[in-house]
Design a protein around this ligand. Structure first.
Ligand code: CDT
Length: 317
């Protein structure tokens, strides 16, 4: 089909006490709106079914367990899959996954228009820290609650095109988009939960945070000539503010739709996947222009290592 209407379904705050059923009802209401507008793909945020629980340091395994889904669909999420089939609308949303053998991932699934799961992604770039950090204004314990994803940046065929997913912090890393770009991705979905200020630097607040988010998404779209639909969980969760700013970006890097509120809000855009072709065949014709012989450090080194000769030169100055 290659031409369709896409919806970004921003969710407002989800409180710690909100049930899965209540959240799923809100998601279905957004699907109803998207259906009325003729959308064939709807994108929900990261950890869409719950509050952003990695801000809470919990130690009781039973209390921790409540945040994870051990099956998908589950009884509580089944209405999403049924609506997808009824409306012939592909869906994607994030959730905390507990595997049968006890592994924990920050996961996203995508369905086709019949509500069948066609792609699963497990978040690779986990931000934050793995232990309680008393000096921070609030916790960001993703490294405590999740393992890094083990499925790679995979893509699938959906709605006649090549689609992939990333989750929140992944959007800040060019490697995320390039790994999918190298597999011909034409539309990337990204869900996010971004605190409205930096827990270690109060002056980095929502203006800068929104700018960094948008900058990363627009750059990823342009440099890989792909559509990107990036969707926030926004608003005030139990006293913790999250940025909104959900947006849809075209393969030239232009923003074609953007959320205005911090609430449940639907944004839509008309997507033509063929618009990604020109960039892929010209400026970002990877086969013609990439020089992998010079990219070794990208996959062999994580941290910064200033070359020894440069260190010496600096000492002499
Ligand atoms: N959920 C998530 O990954 N949040 C991170 C917070 C880090 S703040 C730079 C994000 O990248 O938005």
């Amino acid at each position: 089909m290659r031409k369709f209407k896409v919806a970004g379904a921003q969710l407002g705050a989800i409180q710690k006490s909100d049930s899965r059923e209540a959240v799923v009802a809100r998601m279905v209401a957004l699907m109803d709106q998207a259906h009325e507008k003729g959308c064939e793909l709807i994108v929900f945020p990261e950890l869409a079914l719950t509050t952003f629980f990695p801000r809470w340091y919990l130690t009781d395994p039973k209390e921790i367990d409540q945040w994870y889904e051990s099956e998908m669909p589950s009884a509580a999420t089944l209405p999403l899959f049924e609506k997808a089939k009824e409306y012939q609308m592909a869906i994607t949303f994030g959730y905390a996954e507990k595997t049968p053998d006890g592994h924990h991932f920050n996961t996203s699934i995508m369905t086709n228009k019949d509500g069948e799961i066609v792609l699963k992604y497990r978040k690779i770039h986990l931000p934050g820290h793995g232990e309680y950090a008393p000096k921070r204004a609030f916790q960001h314990l993703e490294k405590y609650y999740f393992e890094p994803g083990n499925l790679g940046f995979n893509v699938c065929a959906n709605l006649g095109g090549v689609m992939g997913m990333a989750i929140c912090n992944d959007r800040r890393w060019p490697e995320t988009y390039r790994m999918m770009g190298l597999q011909g991705v034409e539309l990337v979905t990204i869900g996010y939960n971004t605190p409205a200020y930096n827990a270690e630097r109060r002056d980095e607040a929502d203006g800068k945070r929104l700018f960094h988010s948008q900058l990363s998404i627009q750059a990823g779209a342009y440099q890989n000539s792909t559509w990107v639909v990036a969707v926030a969980k926004a608003g005030n969760e139990d006293g913790h503010e999250l940025i909104g700013g959900s947006l849809i970006v075209d393969p030239n890097g232009f923003v074609v739709a953007q959320a205005k509120t911090q609430e449940d809000e639907l944004i839509t855009a008309d997507v033509d996947l063929d618009e990604s072709r020109f960039g892929k065949e010209t400026v970002f014709n990877f086969a013609a222009h990439r020089r992998v012989e010079h990219y070794g450090l990208i996959s062999s080194q994580t941290g910064v290592e200033v070359p020894e000769e440069v260190k010496k030169q600096l000492e002499q100055e």
